[in-house]
Ligand binder design. Structure first.
Ligand SMILES: NC(=O)c1ccc[n+]([C@@H]2O[C@H](COP(=O)([O-])OP(=O)(O)OC[C@H]3O[C@@H](n4cnc5c(N)ncnc54)[C@H](OP(=O)(O)O)[C@@H]3O)[C@@H](O)[C@H]2O)c1
Length: 261
């Protein structure tokens, strides 16, 4: 396959924020390549988006926790498409005592959140640089702004994404590739996340966001070249002004309710 049109790539696109981001792009008549884990009905999601918005879609099913798979994905993308938008949305976390975490749990979070984002960006950058104007949007989290007990690895991985994005933005600022990062707070994107957020009580509910609204706002701000997209300004402000000795125990206490500790 060799298509001349330009495409946007969205990872974690079968559901949740990733699907909403893909739909927001399609609404603007941008062709999208959807990437997700296998068996997530990605083909159907692609067909649905294609028919609803009259754009071209392609899909690729892959476990991004394995670096060899990531390189096969980027090789396929580079050989077949002009890419002018990359959205690194795939990412996962969880809440548990660090001692109870399996090696697989730790490895998957770091591989998907940190390694896959870095590798995909690195491998697609030459393709993005060839287009007249390109955009990269990395999905971090509000959790990037404070360490959190019982989450430990996830917030650290999202701090990496925030720092990586801002560094790359600065490095590429005189090129045609614009780099942006978004740090959303809690969104009810799937039943598991919803259950966890409900258990957090008041703090979780206070900051709750609708993934469709977040997606639309992110795409609008990306095209306005906003390098740090703020979707919930009140939480953002709190995270910036609260000293760590207040926010670290505050967040940890809210989060540990998820696992009844
Ligand atoms: N939900 C929230 O409250 C919240 C808050 C702040 C930040 N975020 C961030 O927003 C992004 C999307 O979150 P979400 O809640 O919509 O997703 P989710 O329902 O938590 O699902 C996890 C995401 O990661 C992808 N993924 C997980 N393991 C993968 C693997 N091994 N290989 C490939 N893809 C994998 C999934 O894609 P598929 O299911 O399509 O395969 C999905 O996009 C993530 O980066 C998350 O950290 C979420």
């Amino acid at each position: 396959m060799n298509t001349k049109e330009s495409y946007a790539v969205v990872t974690g696109a079968s559901q949740g924020l990733g699907k909403a981001l893909a739909e927001s792009l399609a609404q603007k008549k941008i062709n999208v390549i959807l990437v997700s884990l296998p068996n997530q009905y990605l083909k159907e999601v692609g067909q649905e988006i294609s028919e609803k918005y009259n754009v071209k879609t392609h899909y690729y099913e892959v476990d991004l926790s394995i670096s060899e798979n990531v390189l096969k994905l980027t090789e396929w993308l580079n050989q077949s498409f002009n890419i002018h938008i990359l959205i690194n949305n795939a990412g996962l976390g969880g809440t548990r005592k660090f001692l109870d975490a399996s090696t697989n749990y730790i490895n998957t979070i770091l591989q998907v959140n940190v390694m896959a984002t870095s590798l995909i960006t690195h491998q697609l950058l030459p393709n993005l640089l060839k287009q007249p104007q390109s955009y990269i949007l990395n999905v971090s989290s509000m959790a990037a702004f404070s360490p959190i007990g019982f989450k430990t690895v996830y917030p650290a991985s999202k701090t990496f994404i925030h720092s990586f994005s801002r560094g790359l933005h600065e490095e590429l600022k005189n090129t045609n590739v614009f780099v942006s990062v978004v740090n959303p707070g809690a969104m009810k994107t799937n039943p598991d996340v919803s259950k966890r957020i409900e258990k957090q009580g008041f703090l979780g509910k206070l900051t709750l966001l609708d993934p469709n609204r977040v997606a639309h706002y992110c795409i609008d701000q990306l095209f306005k070249k906003d390098s740090v997209i703020v979707v919930n300004p009140i939480s953002w402000l709190f995270m910036q002004i609260l000293p760590i000795w207040i926010k670290l125990p505050l967040m940890t206490n809210a989060i540990k309710k998820e696992i009844g500790v």
